[in-house]
Design a protein around this ligand. Structure first.
Ligand code: NCD
Ligand code: ZN
Length: 348
């Protein structure tokens, strides 16, 4: 049995408020804990979005009641209320700016709004971006112009990771995360899964996937799940929303890669614990660890998923990395498939 620190997911969609039929704090954080994750950062593209102090405060209060692991939130940059941005900072760990189309209404595509974000968001809290293709160059330019750190979410393409490597070599303050689905699936999986494999960013070509693995040892800073649950009915509708669940499958997929010699265990811990904690300046979790079986193979099933959406695109995959026990601040909160205590604390 492997003993590891509680892992961190810096990119989770928990759907509170407004999307509780897809996920809520209880089901989302159960999925996290069953996947060895004890600290998560929730995304702001909710309904209404986490773009005012009132909505952020109310959402933190819900998390305090319902969460099985610790939860911090992103504030969302929303052009109509951008002048309120500094007032959100006390309730958020970081700011999220969406430069490309995705699920929800948060979208920034004008320079005055970007300038307002970089000029007024407090410097002790990082700015994260959904930026694809040439938008990555926009983010790097803003990091350089304002001399402040930018974190790129779910980088998925060769051209993007190579540009970030160039920016890092220049000493620019940029970091990035990669999602397991972009490491383990390609465009070919659309044929098998149809809309169930649709997400933003979309799945990459084999060359994109190869580039992410080539850069996993250095340029990539974090593994982030981009856990984005939608119901099967929604995914099979005429207008399927993009996104897939990922909290419970991230560690098993990555530990299977360790077993297959594709990355080292110390590197996995940098990507899933040390770097997210440092980049987002997250609170330490003392007396916290997980116990994981990294030897016995098992098959991922939809039935075993704790996410309210009840399905995973990885159903049928054989992996190692079943989590047996999770201890948070000296309290056993999960053991042999049973949830014992709701010990989650919100933080900002
Ligand atoms: C996310 C969602 O459903 O909220 N969907 C996705 O495909 N990743 C939105 C996002 O992270 O951009
Ligand atoms: Zn996301």
């Amino acid at each position: 049995m492997l003993i590891l620190p509680g892992l961190i997911d810096p990119h989770t969609h928990l759907r509170v408020p407004g999307g509780e039929h897809k996920e809520d704090f209880a089901t989302g954080t159960k999925a996290a804990v069953a996947g060895g994750i004890t600290q998560i950062l929730g995304m702001p593209n909710t309904n209404p979005p986490l773009a005012t102090a009132e909505v952020l405060q109310a959402t933190l209060a819900t998390a305090a009641q319902d969460a099985y692991c610790d939860v911090g939130l992103f504030a969302g940059a929303s052009p109509p209320v951008i002048e309120q941005l500094p007032s959100l900072a006390p309730y958020a760990v970081a700011l999220k700016i969406y430069l490309n189309d995705t699920f929800g209404d948060l979208r920034v595509d004008d320079v005055p709004t970007l300038a307002a974000c970089f000029a007024t968001w407090p410097r002790d809290k990082i700015i994260a971006m959904h930026a694809e293709k040439q938008s990555v160059a926009v983010g790097i330019g803003l990091a350089a112009a304002y001399g402040r750190a930018v974190h790129f979410c779910h980088i998925s393409r060769r051209e993007e990771i190579e540009l970030i490597a160039v920016a890092k070599a220049r000493g620019l303050p940029v970091t990035c995360e990669v999602a397991p689905h972009h490491l383990f699936m390609t465009t070919a999986d659309y044929e098998r899964l149809g809309p169930l494999a649709d997400m933003r960013p979309v799945l990459g070509t084999p060359s994109d996937v190869a580039a992410l693995w080539e850069h996993l040892g250095e340029t990539v800073d974090c593994i982030a799940t981009d856990h984005a649950p939608h119901t099967l009915a929604e995914k099979r509708s005429a207008t399927p929303p993009p996104g897939i669940a990922g909290l419970q499958t991230s560690l098993p997929l990555m530990l299977t890669a360790v077993k297959n010699g594709r990355l080292s265990l110390p590197r996995l811990l940098e990507l899933m614990h040390d770097n997210p904690r440092r980049i987002f300046n997250l609170p330490a979790q003392p007396d916290t660890h997980i116990e994981v079986d990294d030897e016995t193979p098992y098959t991922i099933t939809n039935e075993a998923m704790h996410s309210k959406c009840g399905w995973t695109p990885f159903a049928g995959w054989e992996v190692v990395g079943r989590v047996h026990k999770v201890v948070l601040r000296n309290q056993t909160i999960y053991e042999n498939g049973q949830f014992l205590d709701k010990a989650g604390q919100p933080f900002s």
